[in-house]
Design a protein around this ligand. Sequence first.
Ligand code: S5P
Length: 277
Amino acid sequence: MVTKTKTYAQRAKDHPNTAAKQLLETIDRKKSNLCVSVDVTRKANFLAIIDLVGPFVCLVKTHIDIIEDFDHDLIEQLQVLSKKHDFLIFEDRKFADIGNTVSLQYSSGVHKIASWSHITNAHPVPGPSIITGLASVGKSLGRGLLLLAEMSTKGSLAVGSYTEDAVKMARAHKDFVMGFIAQQRMDGVGAEGGSGTEEEDFLILTPGVGLDVKGDGMGQQYRTPREVIVESGCDVIIVGRGVYGNPNALDVDGVRRQAERYMKEGWKAYLERIGEQ
Ligand code: S5P
C-alpha cells in the first residue's frame, strides 16, 4: 500500500502521466479532493453550478451528451471557468466500443471530447483495443484515461476477475491509463506474487458519495467521504446530486455550502489517511 500513505504532492512529483500529474498538483494546490458531477440538462444551469462549485473542486465531471442546448460556446465558457477556478475537466463518456469506433467518438462528432476534456473513462469490456483506440487520439494531447474497474450500483457485474483483468489491462498501458473509477484501492489486485504494486500509482476516483442519503431509488449506493478515502483508500470523491440538489430549483447558497462541506470532509479524511490528523 505504497501510495495510500503518500501525500498528493509527493505523488504528483514523480507521476509519469500528464493528466494524473496535473490532477494531483491541482488537488494539492487547492486542498480539495472533490470532483463535482454536473448532471443537468440546460446550458445555463450547467455553467451556473460550475461557477458556484469551482472554488471548491479539483475536477468537474460532465455528461456532455445530456445537455439539450449544447453549443460550442458552452465548451468555451467551460474552459474559461476551468482557468478562472483552477480545475480540470473529466467527460464521463464511458466508452465501450471497438478501438476504431471509440477513436471517432472521442475525437469527432458534435462534442469533440478529446479537444477539451483532460480526462475521460472507458469500460474495459471490449479488451485492450479500447485503450489503444482512445490513446491514438488522446495520448499526444496529454490526456488521461480511467478504466471502470468497479461500479457504485447495486448488482454491478464489474467484480472479481473482471475487476482484476481491468487492472491488468491498465498495467500494460500505464502511459495512457492514469487510474480507475472504482470503490477501493486497486494496489495488488490481480498482481501475481505482489508484482506491480511498488512502482505503479493509479488514481482511484470514486462515485457513489453522499452524506445525507444511502441511495437514490434507482440503484445508486452512497458512502461517506470517510468510508471512501480512509477505509477504502480512494483518492477523489465524486459527488453529484449531494452538491447541486434540485437543478430546477437551484439554491445558490445551498450549492456553495454543500460543495464546501464535501470539500472539507474529503480533505479531513485524506489528512486522517496520511496520518496528519
Ligand atoms: O460506478 C459509477 C460510475 C460513475 S462514473 N457510478 C456513478 O454514479 N458514476 C457517475 O457518478 C454517474 O454517471 C453520475 O454522473 C455520478 C454520480 O452522481 P450522484 O448524483 O449519484 O452523486
